[in-house]
Design a protein around this ligand. Structure first.
Ligand SMILES: CN(C)C[C@H]1CC[C@H](N2C(=O)NCc3cnc4ccc(-c5cc(Cl)c(O)c(Cl)c5)cc4c32)CC1
Length: 379
């Protein structure tokens, strides 16, 4: 590997590029101390241009969002020229017709859709996981704004993982700072219109070019979560989820060049169940104020069918640290367990944070909780 990624030397062994999109390149790499695979998202500051502030929002979002259906970020490295985001890697296998398909690069989720549609009970499993992730990020005050099959990967246990928060917004900050009390999202209006995700999945209010009122749907600051569910960016995610569910169940998209989202007209295949049609219709509502909220989806009859319990949206990650990992790292770094725990729980998203999370991944996958090479040996 040329010296151009010298900041990673000794920390990660970079391998091939597994994908690129926009101004980011994603490479496979191995974490040197655990041997665990990671995905490294590399963003060049020069080519980011005025999009640089968006990367800061993306990085802050990835630090804050810790959930079983959201790609985990382990470390951030910033140099004068680049940002490196060290991310959870997914080997991406899909059960299809009871055989395993390894998906090479590219969008695993698209593979499912392009090959065939999913049966309702299969689609329900995936869609419950998508609703879980979106309910969590909305509760954390974020909107993803680029929900599409390419940004939903499968891990080796066929669990859905949401990726790419490059277009996410934190509308709650705007709302709390009163910006959204103006007639348009102050400072966000051009961003919203210019950087909404892919047109096929984008809500009509985002692509119609109309300014929409941020505070029209005044939100009663309640104690329970999702009091912000009525913010425009938040509601745009619900539209995209309707497009996603349609794609899962039908194997193609509801809108294309001659069926534009703004008019909300799409063909619901007659073989779709009435319940599926109703659920999709409740998300593909033109008026964002009349669109279903993610809170209403949590215990929606269609999502409960066969499960009889609402979607669990809270994060399953525990905040307390794992004893075995602390012990191994304290021995490795020659510190007491207290010192090690103290340093790790600062969650700086430095190499220590990455080593801790990846050691925990090893433990979760039944591999020995061991760090590979001795610190003193220079590779
Ligand atoms: C914008 N799209 C086109 C870019 C492609 C780039 C390659 C990706 N990819 C595969 O295609 N197959 C294998 C594969 C395995 N593990 C991955 C782990 C994380 C990410 C990831 C996570 C975040 Cl948070 C993020 O922002 C980005 Cl860009 C990528 C991608 C992975 C991946 C899919 C999306």
């Amino acid at each position: 590997m040329s010296s151009q990624y010298s900041e990673l030397r000794g920390l990660y062994h970079l391998r091939e590029t597994i994908g690129s999109g926009g101004f980011a390149k994603v490479k496979l790499a191995y974490h040197s101390l655990t041997g665990e695979k990671v995905a490294v998202k590399i963003m060049d500051k020069k080519s980011l241009g005025e999009d640089l502030p968006r990367v800061k929002t993306e990085i802050e979002a990835m630090k804050a969002l810790c959930h079983q259906h959201i790609c985990k970020m382990f470390q951030v490295i910033e140099t004068d020229e680049r940002f490196y985001m060290i991310l959870e890697f997914f080997s991406g296998v899909i059960i299809k017709y009871k055989t395993l398909h390894y998906c090479p690069e590219g969008e695993l989720f698209d593979y499912i859709v392009s090959k065939d549609r999913l049966q309702e009970d299969e689609a329900r499993i995936f869609f419950r996981q998508i609703v879980s992730a979106i309910a969590y990020i909305h509760n954390m005050g974020y909107a993803h704004r680029d929900l599409k099959p390419e940004n939903l990967l499968l891990d080796e246990d066929q669990n859905m993982k949401l990726i790419d928060f490059g277009l996410c917004a934190k509308p709650k900050d705007l709302q709390l700072s009163g910006i959204t009390n103006q007639t348009e999202i102050g400072g966000m209006d051009n961003c919203l219109f210019t950087c909404c995700g892919s047109p096929a999945y984008a809500a009509p209010e985002l692509i119609s070019g109309k300014k929409y009122l941020g505070s029209e749907t005044f939100i009663e600051p309640r104690k329970d979560f999702l009091y912000i569910s009525a913010l425009p960016e938040i509601m745009a995610d619900l539209w995209s989820m309707g497009v996603l569910l349609y794609a899962l169940l039908c194997g193609h998209l509801p809108f294309d060049d001659d069926k534009l989202p703004q008019f909300g007209k799409y063909d619901a295949p007659n073989w779709l169940s009435e319940e599926s049609k109703e659920l999709i219709a409740s998300m593909l509502v033109i008026d964002p104020k009349r669109r279903i909220t993610v809170q209403q989806l949590l215990n929606h009859p269609w999502l409960m069918k066969g499960f009889n319990v609402p979607v669990e949206w809270q994060s399953k990650y525990k905040r307390c640290v794992d004893e075995d990992c602390i012990t191994e790292m304290s021995v490795y770094y020659g510190k007491t367990k207290q010192e090690m725990e103290q340093q790790i729980t600062e969650w700086k998203f430095d190499y220590l944070t990455a080593t801790y999370f990846l050691l925990l991944e090893k433990k979760m996958n039944g591999r020995p909780v061991r760090l590979l090479q001795k610190h003193r040996q220079r590779s």
